[in-house]
Design a binder for this molecule. Structure first.
Ligand code: FMN
Length: 365
């Protein structure tokens, strides 16, 4: 049942890229939550394709149609279902791909797993398009979180080898900064890197190739005491959702893999009382989570996004129908870099994971 996730807020996603529609049912939303649809549509537009020269020209409005669970702008508490009709599909682009397995795509493993019955058009249920309903759900979760003073933000940490500053380099990250990220084509702390990054993406596109990158996500305003040790740690909860996002190949919390190079005396986050008597730590190498439980500092993680697999450049592969080697140049409309579009999806699944966690009521006051 790979399409269902959650304990306290449960989501169930469905649809194929070139089918009739895609969508989601959300169970467990509290009744009476006012949903600002403008905000929901804004979040969905951040993920939608065809917004600028850096993404696929497939233009899709990603307009959700709400079938249940919302009355007079407020959640009823019953399952909330939204669908998005697929209106801009060109399946003939994909007819050749039924038997020729695209390297780096789910064609081969998906064919074996589903005994050849999977919808292969536009990657079917494996498509990044299925993340649109997740952004819909995440946008609602963000509104619930906002009422609790919790905000999720993200910036592009890197595209290829070009790096932005990190969250840890900043003195303070304000809500204003997070709002301005949402307006940027490439959300960056150091906006001077934008041109370099754009040039790299355009260069890859002109080569018929693609580039990847890293997204850094952070959560502000989360109190100490959420989470659990072992199987239900906050890291497990978030990593589960982050790896559900297509194209994610790695995650690290706080200082991540670099913590292995430090001594304990450097890695430990020393506690102190700030001027308001609040407990803080001087560093945040543990990314806001120790023992699987939040300690009141921002939760910070970075996720590696791979260069999208569908490229025009000639590649060697196989034709499984003929049982022979084959050459492939992927036609159709593809992104040379999906990092800016994956970023709002990562924010959305983080919001979903946090709401599920907080609704579990593990926080001891
Ligand atoms: C928003 C979004 C858009 C995507 N667009 C593309 C794309 O245009 N071309 C492509 O090859 N992969 C794209 N992907 C990634 C593929 O869906 C993914 O690589 C594939 O399903 C295999 O899964 P895996 O990379 O997680 O192993 C996209 C992913 C997301 C989240």
């Amino acid at each position: 049942m790979s399409g269902i996730w959650g304990k306290n807020v449960q989501v169930s996603i469905f649809g194929e890229s070139h089918g009739v529609a895609i969508g989601i049912t959300i169970n467990g939303l509290p009744p009476g939550l006012e949903v600002d649809m403008e905000q929901v549509l804004f979040e969905m537009a951040r993920r939608a394709p065809g917004r600028n020269e850096l993404t696929t020209p497939r233009k899709e409005k990603d307009q959700p149609e709400i079938l249940s669970g919302l009355l007079d702008g407020k959640t009823t508490g019953a399952p909330l279902t939204a669908i998005i009709w697929n209106t801009n599909t060109r399946s003939k682009d994909y007819s050749l791909l039924k038997n020729v397995m695209r390297p780096g795509q789910a064609d081969y493993p998906g064919r074996v797993r589903y005994k050849g019955h999977n919808d292969h058009r536009g990657s079917g249920h494996f498509s990044g398009r299925i993340t649109a309903p997740l952004v819909f759900a995440g946008a609602i979760c963000k509104q619930w979180l906002a009422q609790k003073g919790v905000t999720v933000g993200a910036h592009i940490q890197s595209i290829g080898m070009i790096e932005d500053e990190s969250f840890a380099d900043q003195k303070e990250v304000t809500l204003e900064q997070i709002r301005s990220f949402k307006e940027q084509q490439l959300p960056l702390f150091n906006v001077e890197k934008e041109t370099e990054m754009k040039d790299l993406i355009v260069e890859a596109k002109e080569d018929g190739d693609s580039v990847g990158g890293v997204v850094e996500t952070f959560v502000l305003g989360l109190d100490a005491g959420y989470g659990n040790p072992f199987f239900d740690s906050v890291e497990s909860q978030l990593a589960h959702l982050v790896f559900a996002v297509p194209a994610i190949k790695g995650i690290e919390f706080g200082t991540g893999f670099d913590i292995a190079k430090m001594r304990g005396s450097e890695a430990n986050d020393e506690y102190y009382y700030d001027e308001h008597g609040q407990i803080k730590t001087r560093s945040n190498n543990n990314g806001g989570i120790i023992g699987g439980i939040t300690y009141g500092m921002p939760v910070v993680f970075r996720a590696a996004v791979k260069p999208p697999a569908s490229i025009k450049k000639k590649q060697q592969t196989i034709n499984v129908e003929e049982g022979k080697a084959a050459e492939l140049e992927v036609e159709g409309r593809h992104d040379p870099c999906i990092v800016p579009r994956v970023l709002p999806v990562l924010e959305a699944v983080t919001a979903l994971g946090l709401m599920d966690l907080m609704m579990g009521g593990q926080h001891h006051e």
